[in-house]
Design a protein around this ligand. Sequence first.
Ligand SMILES: [Zn+2]
Length: 350
Amino acid sequence: MSAGLLAAAVLAPGVASADPDVPDAASTGNELSGRTVFVDPGHQGTGHSENLGKQVDDGRGGTKDCQTTGMTTVDGVPEHTITWNISQLVASSLESLGATVVSSRPDDSGWGGCVDDRARAASASGADVAVSIHADSTTTGVDADKHGFHLIVPTLPIPDAAANAAQSEGGRAASTSMRDAYQRAGFTPANYAGVVDGIQERSDIAGPALTSVPLVFVEMGNGSNPDDASVLESPEGQLKHAIAISTGVIDYLLGPDTAVEPSTAEAVTAVADTAVADTAVADTAVADTAGTRAPNAVSNPSAVSRLIAGIAPYVDSAGIGALADLVTEDNVSAVSNVAQGLLRQLLAPE
Ligand SMILES: [Zn+2]
């Protein structure tokens, strides 16, 4: 698919199915109305004069560094830019469903707060869930062996009662939901650092120990691993991560669609498949991909998250060229608009 066709597909009204057999739009775009999500893209831009080594409360009776610069991938892409790009896509996805999104930092150029500042901001936001977005590294060189995503959860109990309550209940549930969403999206749990089924328990991460709303801390991949790095760096890869993160959040907030009639759930999947296929009229690969999409074997996601996951085949078929033509460092906000446009096409078929 050419960039022009992709752009036309995004911009053209009525791209999604008008098939009378398809039920009324399964999503109103208001599913997350009244919900607040705190999105924390890890680290910060370089345009600041803050002292990263300033000691701040670690939530466990000690102190730790205010911040770190974050990792750099084997190809030289900084973590703060990867997490910023993906957080913008996640924000667009959630806002397209009516959520209020509060971000820990306003841009990718300057300061974004110490870890304790961000925890306080998350708590003060009253968010239903907070998501800290990071990517890992295992060496400054190339590490071909260690790869995969993981969710960091805090060792319990946490000294602060409010943080302990939030992370022991909602935080664990949200982390599990995120793990399942990542696996459904085709990502592999990390094979290093003592990660078990995509979950790593740690007592040295200040964020969750200082945050009184449920917090998910995702390490999306290993920037030292060439395969993980290429996904973290590419526009489609970033959109895939954003889809996984968005669906993890949505499934936590909405729960599985156990209350939905099976026929409705199937129809929702059909809407997504039809929209994807119709959008790429000239690209049979899309229809093939959509038609052979693997069943959701890991868990039972919400209907809305399945709609969003339905974008993935489109992303696969559009390819690096089509999206990369549209996406540059200078127009990342427009990338969000593209993602939001795709979501709106899927969620509100004419
Ligand atoms: Zn990080």
